[in-house]
Design a protein around this ligand. Sequence first.
Ligand code: NAP
Ligand code: MG
Length: 464
Amino acid sequence: MKAHDGMYIGGRWRPAAGPDTIAVVNPADEQVIAHVPAGTAEDVDAAVRAARAAFPGWAATAPAERAAGIARLRDVLVARADEIAETVTAELGAPLAMSQTVHAGVPVLVAGSYAELAASYSFEEKIGTSTVLLEPVGVVGAITPWNYPLHQVVAKVAPALAAGCTVVLKPAEDTPLTAQLFAEAVDEAGLPAGVFNLVTGLGPVAGQALAAHEDVDLVSFTGSTAVGRQIGATAGAAVKRVALELGGKSANVILPSADLAKAVKVGIANVMSNSGQTCSAWTRMLVHKDQYEEAVALAAAAVAKYVPGERVGPLVSAKQQQRVRGYIEKGVAEGARLVAGGPAAPLERGYYVSPTVFADVTPEMTIAQEEIFGPVVSMIEYADEDDALRIANGTVYGLAGAVWAGDEAEAVAFARRMDTGQVDINGGRFNPLAPFGGYKQSGVGRELGPHGLSEYLQTKSLQF
Ligand code: NAP
Ligand code: MG
């Protein structure tokens, strides 16, 4: 695979400060496909200086002009969609069809939405006798995970640029090639030098240096709760803005009046998508006790269609494969019933995990409480609606969820009582403008749409 051996800083590719590199591995066949530089604090500092230098000019650029720049960037992402999809498949392992529709497709929608929002958003408002100016926060340090390599980048960079901020990105070590392609797209779109900068590298080195850099005004992080906690503490100590998009353990609540077969089928598909590596996946399926065994049989039939190496890709790395298999072993040890899958690797090569369904899961079990981040569904039985609500809300997380019922009003009434940031009603529809983010330990702040844009703005009120 094509890779740059430098960093994209100040509008050009330049040599990395140090000699170290990171090997990029294709998780489907375990082969090394490229190397990228492992950035140091020195690279981060150069990138932050470039972003700072570009900030006053970009902040002063008319919103319509920023909108035009983001629209050009969207157009490049469209033109290079095939290359993006192939790269995501090579370094993440997603089946090519999934890479085309989701990994290459969704960022186009999100970039497009911010091209429109930059042009239409009111960066000035009247409150009584005051005029309130909505101004860009400044230099943004963006740290992203590997699970949606381009989406996670665009969901931060597009609103930041729309707001008038400039950005330094540290992408996940496992998926740096997609991030390099994004930098190429920024360059091709002709955005001003320094508005976007890329430093590839390791989290504890380059990521840590970016989060702690004194000239970064806002840190936007997506990833594990453990690292998010650290980044939040660092940002808090420096009194800088922080946005954290962390883990989830979302509930798929199937009420007795629902179309059970559809709810189970869509619920399984939701978790198997991207090999279960989706923070908002509905990994706990909650079913009424009278329908439980029927739902278990439906789930077993549904999951059989997800064949590893065909419809389901590998996990991103050997580390993630080990982690997920460990959780499956733990589920068995704690007494859950394996309906499908199990800890054994389904293929000899590649970091695959068997699509797994557990029944007889109790709400306190580890597999019902902790984020597994793999193709594993935990089916939990509830006695009545209050019990379902208590179980649904009974984790430290609150990122997403689903409710199925015979009519929408019944599902909405239940959704109102859920402690979570997003709920899909009877399946829902993807809306790139809907705010995305967590209640409780699933995070701080929101991404996407106008709510995502406002994260990158601060207010100045003028009194007359
Ligand atoms: P992670 O370590 O939190 O990685 C997320 C990003 O933070 C990566 O760019 C990572 O760099 C960077 N990072 C790591 N340590 C850092 C530090 N001390 N300071 C600054 N940045 C740092 O997540 P992971 O290890 O890839 O995955 C572990 C678990 O996190 C998963 O099993 C899953 O439960 C959860 N996760 C959640 C999401 C989500 O969308 N909410 C996404 C991915 C993972 P490196 O790539 O070099 O580690
Ligand atoms: Mg990590």
